[in-house]
Design a protein around this ligand. Sequence first.
Ligand code: PLP
Length: 236
Amino acid sequence: MTPPTIAQNLRQIHERIVRAAAKAGRNPAEVTLIGVSKTHPPDSIREAYAAGLRHFGENRVQEWEGKRAQLADLSSKITSHLIGHLQSNKVIRAAKSFDILDSIGDFSLAQRLHRAVAENSPGTKLPVLLEVHIGGEESKSGVAQDDLTQLAERILEFASLDLQGLMCIPPFTEDPEGARPHFALLRSLCEKLATHLHHPLPRLSIGMSHDFEIAIEEGSTEVRVGTALFGARPPL
Ligand SMILES: *Cc1c(COP(=O)(O)O)cnc(C)c1O
């Protein structure tokens, strides 16, 4: 049997998004699909683009810089998301090569980013999401829940950053239902934070291949799907 094509996978994922949204009484157009193309070649991104996908997620600055150079004709037509840990020495390059940074988790990184954008593209605002550490020991990345409000308040003062929402990666559980309480918690943190800040936070980035339907039921506005779309990645 030949494996399904990216276009076939994309169609199936769209159907699943539509079903999950219907189950939750939501409009599927509220859910953006981010194709997580890390480790996959530029040609896979082209294939997904040709099939209609416009948002792509990568977790390494250097890897994306290389692919982006080969996709120059698409770069104004797609939205690229940094979804992984950002090293402080790659901040300037990340600000140049990504359209949105989905995984900001500490103040000094945000500050460096703000300065980089202010210097390289004065007058513009780079959209960012804060990654929140949810669900105990296994996941180490993201800002602690107790520190979220203060970090968000300080980021709002950076004129070069546009804080748009929250993301999290809950600990993996065999049963995707295990993620539901973590997703629900992030959503409630997001709503409370927006009220507290008097600043809209419309984006909630939750849900991966394994659990995106649960995430949509819990209010996800962007799901980050890699394996279900592009196939298995080589082991790290
Ligand atoms: C790799 C990755 C994904 C995609 O994971 P899949 O299980 O392959 O869908 C989503 N979000 C982040 C932050 C990732 O690093």
